[in-house]
Design a protein around this ligand. Structure first.
Ligand SMILES: Cc1cc2ncn([C@H]3O[C@H](COP(=O)(O)O)[C@@H](O)[C@H]3O)c2cc1C
Ligand SMILES: O=C(O)c1cccnc1
Length: 342
């Protein structure tokens, strides 16, 4: 069950913003962020509290088909890099005082043992979707449930806002395959270069996605079927994180294309999730704009990011914190004694 947002608190936040010492609406998106958070928190002067970035990592069988710029082994190496604080998202999370949570939901190769890594493999990578289904329906449900379990633990430990991110070599292809199912759009329109493909490899990626859809024929009205046939374990887990967050009235900051695909799946499962989402930025992946338009989410930044990992989501925490400061700390027109002319 997902609660409706508290329109009364959102309305009071709007009134308070209008009473502050500034021309009405002049703080633009800072105002809409404050109103969004007020509605979720049921408090016209909300606080941000404890920030968490949650990264789900998994491998994809389809990464062997020449559809990514990096070898499949890059996934495991990146996990070690995360644990050494060397990834882009580590730098941003440390700078923004954000707790970093990393979960191996389905990497292949030797599992890394580290106190900061949750190893919860549902399977050792998905199967190659251009030959067979990515995973069983049971595994897809396990990924969703794992996401719900992890976010519940984090909320129980005090998390009050969550940024989501992923690592999965080949997962932009998988996200485009899911998007083709959800949107019915032409594959050429929604397939991008991911980590950096040339024209020839991009064409190959489009062919592989077309083949995956042809071989698997997902049931387009069933998000779990789409996830299990052409999806990924990290995407399933992130979908669970979103559903679980919304169920506990915790706001979710989306990252790029891949995390937004998880958001669309979550909204297909429960449309009320939508109110709890904030789109941090517009990725260079062409499918991202289509997802955000469908979800009626306006990205805060258009920064040319195309990395994933949760980077864009963590990057906007200072904007959200600024919005919270504004609504809590600015003086009002009355306090200063300034009035509108008429
Ligand atoms: C070194 C490295 C760091 C990354 N950080 C995020 N991704 C991102 O790129 C991958 C998706 O792009 P594609 O579909 O083209 O493989 C995912 O792992 C995503 O998290 C990375 C990828 C690599 C190689
Ligand atoms: O927008 C994304 O999520 C993205 C883009 C490129 C590579 N990995 C992720």
């Amino acid at each position: 069950m997902v609660k409706d947002i508290d329109n009364c608190s959102a309305e009071q936040a709007q009134q308070r913003l209008n009473s502050l010492i500034k021309p009405q609406g002049s703080l633009g998106r800072l105002e809409t962020i404050a109103i969004w958070l007020a509605g979720i928190k049921g408090n016209p002067v909300p606080q941000i509290g404890k920030k968490v970035v949650l990264i789900m990592a998994a491998d994809h069988g389809v990464a062997r088909e020449g559809i990514t710029a990096f070898p499949p082994q890059a996934g495991n190496l990146m996990i070690k890099n995360f644990l050494h604080q060397g990834a882009a998202v580590n730098v941003l999370a440390n700078y923004n005082k954000t707790r970093f949570v990393l979960v191996d939901v389905g990497l292949s190769g030797e599992a890394v043992s580290h106190p900061d890594l949750f190893v919860r493999r549902i399977r050792a990578g998905t199967r190659n979707i251009c030959r067979e289904e990515a995973m069983t329906r049971r595994e897809a449900i396990a990924a969703l449930e794992l996401g719900i379990e992890i976010i519940n633990k984090e909320i129980d430990a005090g998390a009050t806002i969550v940024a989501i991110g992923e690592l999965g070599i080949g997962n932009t292809a998988v996200s485009s395959a899911i998007l083709a199912c959800l949107s019915g759009r032409d594959i050429r329109e929604i397939t991008g270069r991911g980590t950096g493909l040339d024209d020839c490899a991009l064409t190959r990626k489009q062919q592989v996605i077309a083949q995956a859809l042809e071989v698997n024929r997902p049931n387009l009205i069933d998000p779990v079927d789409i996830l299990s046939r052409v999806g990924g374990l990290e995407i399933g887990a992130l979908t669970g994180v979103i559903v679980g967050s919304a169920a506990r009235s915790i706001p979710v900051v989306l990252d790029g294309f891949v995390s937004s695909i998880a958001a669309w799946l979550a909204c297909r499962m429960n449309p009320q999730c939508r109110s709890y989402l904030l789109a941090s930025h517009l990725s260079e992946e062409p499918g991202h704009r289509i997802v955000l338009e469908e979800l009626k989410l306006e990205p805060l930044l258009d920064f040319g990011l195309r990395i994933g990992e949760g980077t864009g989501a963590v990057l906007v925490f200072p904007l959200i914190e600024s919005a919270v400061k504004i609504i809590n700390e600015m003086a009002t027109m009355d306090e200063v004694g300034i009035k509108l002319l008429n």
